[in-house]
Structure formats: structure tokens, C-alpha cells
Design a protein around this ligand. Sequence first.
Ligand SMILES: NC(=O)c1ccc[n+]([C@@H]2O[C@H](COP(=O)([O-])OP(=O)(O)OC[C@H]3O[C@@H](n4cnc5c(N)ncnc54)[C@H](O)[C@@H]3O)[C@@H](O)[C@H]2O)c1
Ligand SMILES: O=C(O)C(=O)C[C@@H](O)[C@H](O)[C@H](O)COP(=O)(O)O
Ligand SMILES: [Zn+2]
Length: 362
Amino acid sequence: MTTVQVSTPGGAYPIHVGAGRLDRLAESIPADATAIAVVTNPKVAALYGDRVRDALAATGKQVFFIELPDGEAFKDWQTLNLIFDALLQNRLDRKAVLVALGGGVIGDMCGFAAASYMRGIRFVQVPTTLLAQVDSSVGGKTAINHPLGKNMIGAFYQPIAVEIDTDVLTTLPAREISAGLAEVIKYGMIIDAKFFDWCVANVAGLRTLEPQAITYAIQRSCELKAQVVSQDERESGLRAILNFGHTFGHAIESGLGYGEWLHGEAVGCGMVQAAQLSALTQGLSLQSVRRIRTLVQEIGCPVNPPELGTERWIELMQVDKKTEGGQLRFVLLPEIGQACVGVVPQEALSKVLEPDTASATA
Ligand SMILES: NC(=O)c1ccc[n+]([C@@H]2O[C@H](COP(=O)([O-])OP(=O)(O)OC[C@H]3O[C@@H](n4cnc5c(N)ncnc54)[C@H](O)[C@@H]3O)[C@@H](O)[C@H]2O)c1
Ligand SMILES: O=C(O)C(=O)C[C@@H](O)[C@H](O)[C@H](O)COP(=O)(O)O
Ligand SMILES: [Zn+2]
């Protein structure tokens, strides 16, 4: 087991990474917890519910399970309210602890419920998808979607611990592994060129969950994300680089309907588009754009954006949280391993959004 530490003004906590962590969840429940509510979905509950129930029984506390419908399409008010209904019906008090057992959808919703139930109760992240293990369980962004935009209603709210059991990845479908790898390679592109090269060299092992490769990728991703959020918890500057590819990616998700493309797939494609935009505005070399495109393709994510039409793309991207005074801002790469945030000329953006001209920059 290895531990990565996160330290923010909103809370400091360990990320434990190792095989079999699910059986040791009791270690992350504070002694003064009055009850534990596990927020999950039917698919994850069927796979891991019994093990988690047994592990938490060791605390001697009352354990409730709250099952939400599965999928991005349910990351909404109505589903969030199911958590509050269950917490109130079971009379959970301020010293109750929530446990988010599932992927990023469960983690984001459980975290938002923890942030707002009785104005804030403690929660533990137990991410069970690769994407959630390398990204969404760390750093305290919690949210639900709005029909007009991704993650539009939410809060910054840190968990008290993150428990990553690498064994649970064995039941994940290949498509979900590819989606998770998109957020892994993102760290290489924005902050760690050596890690990017390592991902290129180890892509086969990553896709097949070769234990050493996937464990290292999870640890390194958590370290890099912890470094960023520990410096800028609430995205007043640096943290925005974690949004690389997301201005395009979120537009794909909301434009096509939540769940049509997986978040990681949309981000993978969005990173190719953002790399093309970086070539036009930051001098990113065409060789680097090609390397990014090839890696996104090799992890199994789409590299060709859906045809939404330039006007619709811009309308969808306008609601991005980085937009200031109506002006779109993008995360861009001057080179692989370095990122900045900036505005771009309209012509450059149009070139990327018009499929014929975009292919010329890749
Ligand atoms: N808060 C953040 O910083 C942050 C970061 C990245 C992504 N996100 C959000 O995370 C969400 C995407 O998360 P995701 O990719 O984990 O999707 P997800 O939560 O929908 O999970 C994907 C699928 O895998 C299933 N699943 C979960 N664990 C499993 C397992 N071990 N074996 C088999 N199936 C399993 C789920 O039930 C679901 O059907 C998006 O809403 C995105 O916006 C948030
Ligand atoms: O943690 C962050 O900061 C991120 O931007 C990580 C992203 O991968 C994640 O998808 C995040 O939820 C997007 O944030 P948003 O603020 O654009 O909704
Ligand atoms: Zn993301």
C-alpha cells in the first residue's frame, strides 16, 4: 500500500492505493462517526456491496446502503434528492459519515450531498473506476449536471480519505478503462513530459491492467493531481490546467446528451482538439499534436469530434466555467508537459471546429 497526501485549506487527507483496500475501509471511518451511509448504484453494489458491508461492520456502527440509478444521465437534482431522502428517513445526524462507492458519477453526487446535508458532513471516497481512482475522487470538486451544462451546480468539498483498491478494476469493461486512461495521459500532457513518454511506452500494459503499470499510473496521477490541488484548491489559477480538453469535451457530453459519449472519451477527443488549437496559437509542434492524437487513439478513445456545427460548438462551450465576461478561455500547451490558460483568436478556433481544416493541423 502506498499513501499520497493531499493538503488544502478545505482539508488534508490521505489517498491509500493498494490491492485489497476494500477490506480495510474501517480504517478510514472516524471513531466518533454515529452511522455510515454507503452511496452506490446497483451494478457496483452487486459486485462489491457485501465486501464493503463486511468491512464496515468492523466499526461496530450502523451501516446503510443508498442505491442510485446508474449513469451520467442520472447525475441530476432528482437523483441527488434520493440521497437526502434516505439520510433524513434514517435520521442520520451531523456526525454520520458518507461513503462514495462507485465511479465519478457516484463520487461527485455523494460529495455534493456531503457538502450540503446539514451544511456539511464527512465523506470518504472509494472510487471503483479507473477514472475515479486517477481523478474524480481527489481534489474535492463535487457537482451535478444541468441540461445546459456539465457540473454546473456543485461545491468544492474535500473528502476525509480516499481508499483506492486496485483489484476492483478487473471487473471494469474495456471501454471504461480507455475512458479512465484519458485522464491519466492528461497529466503527462499538462505537467509531466516524462510521464507522457512513460504512458506512450506502456500503453499496452495500461490497457490490459498489467498490475505494475496500472498501479504506477494510478499513483503518479494521484501525486500530480494532489500537487496541483494542494496549491490551488478552488481553481483561482493553476488548477485550471486540470481542465485540459474539457472545454471541448464537456460540449460533446452535453451536446450529444449525457452518457452518449463517456466523460473520458469526450476528454480524450477534446485534448486532441485543444492540441490542434495549441499548434495554431502557442507554437505546439505538429509532431507533438500527432503524438497526442496517436496516444489518445492507442488508449482506445475517439479522436474525431462529432459534427455539431461551429455555432452550436461555441454556444455549448460558452457555459464553460472558465469563461470570463463572455470570453471563452482554453487550456493550451506550448509544449508537451507545460500548460497555460488563454483566449484564442476566433479564426484559430473556427479552424479546429471545422473538420476539413482541423485535419490539416493533425
Ligand atoms: N470531481 C472531479 O474532479 C471529476 C474528475 C473527472 C471526472 N468527473 C466526473 O466523473 C464522471 C465520470 O466518472 P466514471 O468514468 O467513473 O463514470 P461512472 O461513474 O458512470 O462509472 C462508469 C460505469 O462503470 C460502472 N462501474 C463502476 N465501478 C465498476 C467496477 N469496479 N466494475 C464494473 N463496473 C463498474 C458504473 O456503475 C458505471 O456504469 C463524470 O460525471 C465526470 O464529470 C469528476
Ligand atoms: O479537478 C479538476 O479541477 C478538474 O478539472 C478535473 C477534471 O477531470 C474533471 O472532469 C472536473 O470535474 C471538471 O471540472 P469543471 O470545473 O470543468 O466542471
Ligand atoms: Zn475530467
